[in-house]
Design a protein around this ligand. Structure first.
Ligand code: C2E
Ligand code: CA
Ligand code: CA
Ligand code: CA
Length: 273
């Protein structure tokens, strides 16, 4: 990112090349955002093969007073390093629990929430999830925890224990961004996942990109044989949808169906569908 003054910066790049001063500024702004409620949760539909909206994914949005909506890609990497993601992640989960009843009334059985690896390394993690489930009286299987294989990088034994505890609590687990990280396929044998999300990079132009098509078909076959359902992410075109339908992909998510929206807009969209 380029500097524009002592305490502002542009948002066009991820945090990777922010200098120290910029990181300190962003960190302080995130703290303020947490305290002054600048965060919102948007929901994006996940559709089944017959087009029904069966689930939504909760996605964090930072509605900055001057910059407007800031993409999570621009602040989550830093929030993960500073640990601020723990408070942010808890807040997103609480919103999702609050909204779960309204979503259920609208026929949406499940809400997916992204869990950062950082959250898994807190001793009170499971307890904090259990408290929210109890507080909002939701059925635990209404919640789907989206995790990436990065969760195994630091302390895989304790992360796996947390996942087993989440399953015992009744939550479901989805492997997010499947195939983009550094873990070996053996983690499929240890993570108790019900869903696998095929990253957008493999879905793009799948009807004409033969390499993407080969990878995605392979993943679909593997998931089916392992008894894990597959979600294709980032479906933007009818050609992509048709190809994925042809190869029996269970679920799809992407701008073709609907962009992430605030809950009221999402419910209005569902009404007019
Ligand atoms: P993700 O979990 O892979 O979420 C999917 C991202 O793809 C979202 O970006 C969504 O808006 C975007 N997307 C959906 N359909 C399409 C499409 O058809 N085309 C394109 N180009 N993009 C599409 P978003 O909301 O900007 O989030 C980016 C990432 O930030 C997420 O990737 C996730 O890793 C992270 N994130 C978002 N919310 C949270 C959160 O509450 N907690 C944590 N730990 N991470 C979050
Ligand atoms: Ca996700
Ligand atoms: Ca993803
Ligand atoms: Ca992603």
């Amino acid at each position: 990112a380029k500097r524009r003054g002592s305490n502002t910066f542009q948002w066009f790049s991820p945090d990777l090349d922010l200098d120290t001063q910029q990181q300190i500024t962003l960190r302080a702004q995130l703290q303020e955002a947490i305290q002054t409620h600048q965060f919102e949760v948007f929901y994006q539909p996940i559709v089944s093969r017959n087009g029904a909206v069966v689930a939504v994914e909760a996605l964090l949005r930072w509605n900055h007073p001057e910059r407007g909506y800031v993409s999570p890609a621009d602040f989550i990497p830093l929030a993960e390093r500073t640990g601020q993601i723990v408070a942010m992640g808890h807040w997103v989960l609480e919103q999702a629990c609050k909204d779960a009843a309204r979503l259920r009334e609208a026929g949406i059985a499940q809400v997916s929430v992204n869990f950062s690896p950082m959250q898994f390394y807190r001793d009170d993690f499971i307890e904090s999830v259990a408290k929210l489930v109890a507080k909002y009286k939701i059925q635990p299987n209404q919640l789907m925890a989206e995790i990436t294989e990065n969760v195994l990088l630091r302390d895989s034994a304790s992360a796996l224990k947390m996942m087993a505890d989440l399953r015992d609590l009744g939550l479901e687990i989805a492997l997010d961004d499947f195939g983009t990280g550094f873990a070996s396929l053996s983690y499929l044998n240890v993570i108790p996942a019900q869903k696998l999300k095929i990253d957008r990079c493999f879905v793009q132009n799948i009807e004409s990109n033969t390499r993407n098509a080969a990878i995605t078909r392979g993943v679909l076959t593997m998931a089916a044989e392992l008894g894990i359902s597959a979600v294709a992410e980032g479906v933007e075109t009818e050609a992509e949808r048709d190809y994925l339908t042809r190869y029996a992909c269970d679920y799809m998510q992407g701008y073709l169906f609907c962009r992430p929206q605030p809950i009221n807009k999402l419910l209005a969209w569902l009404d007019h569908k």
